[in-house]
Design a protein around this ligand. Structure first.
Ligand code: GSH
Length: 216
């Protein structure tokens, strides 16, 4: 059975949505934080995930880290759930395109906003790093909204693991405050609601501390 190592509302949300959409049986182990905000991972966790971050997915002997990789692994393991388009199709390539943008540009930018101290040793540099992240995230939001168009999902009417990933990031963007929230964009708000209205994905989002559909 699969085990997902997680922290509430973390990058593990995207693979959790994928597991729930697939109807997979799995267990979750929470990686806690100490008073200083650092992970206090269970013994042996660093051997599973040398970066010390969440998520980590363990399936028998297999260990998968990186939220995007976990999502793709789940999609391939549960083909009946159709959580990615057929391998090699145009939609599959497009799905990889947006998942890659979400993880290596958007998610990375959010992590710089959340943890600016990991990107500079200069106290005065913290605020500028966050400001640059907010600006980059605004650009990405516009690009994503243009891709979604009438949607409701990133590649039209098929829900994929990338939509769960995007809903997670839209949930995070609430922390950026009014004016910078991705849900301030009507297209991204409609996208979030379309994901949150799905019984499995919606329940996972709420369980991770994100808003239910149509909560403003
Ligand atoms: N690229 C990694 C990023 C993982 C990551 O940075 N996760 C955060 C939580 S969202 C984390 O575990 N941070 C370490 C900490 O909070 O101590 C992934 O996608 O899995």
């Amino acid at each position: 059975m699969i085990t997902l190592y997680s922290m509430p509302g973390s990058s593990a949300t995207a693979p959790r949505i994928a597991l729930d959409e697939a109807g997979a049986e799995y267990s979750m182990i929470q990686v806690e934080r100490d008073e200083a905000g650092r992970n206090t991972a269970p013994d042996g966790y660093d051997a599973l995930n040398p970066m010390g971050t969440v998520p980590t997915l363990v399936d028998g002997e297999l260990v998968v880290t990186e939220a995007a990789a976990c999502c793709l692994y789940i999609a391939e393991k549960y083909p009946d759930a159709a959580l990615v388009p057929a391998t090699g199709s145009d939609d599959w390539a497009t799905t990889l395109r947006w998942l890659t943008l979400l993880t290596n540009t958007a998610q990375a930018s959010f992590l710089r906003w959340y943890y600016p101290d990991q990107y500079t040793t200069d106290e005065a540099g913290l605020a500028p790093i966050q400001e640059a992240s907010v600006a980059e995230l605004a650009r990405v939001a516009d690009v994503l909204a243009a891709q979604i168009g009438d949607g409701p999902f990133l590649i039209g009417t098929q829900f994929t693991v990338v939509d769960g990933f995007l809903a997670m990031l839209t949930g995070w963007s609430g922390d950026l405050g009014a004016g910078s929230r991705w849900s301030d964009n009507p297209t991204l708000e409609a996208h979030y609601n379309a994901v949150a209205q799905r019984p499995a994905a919606g329940a996972a989002l709420v369980a991770e501390g994100f808003p239910a559909a149509n909560v403003s």
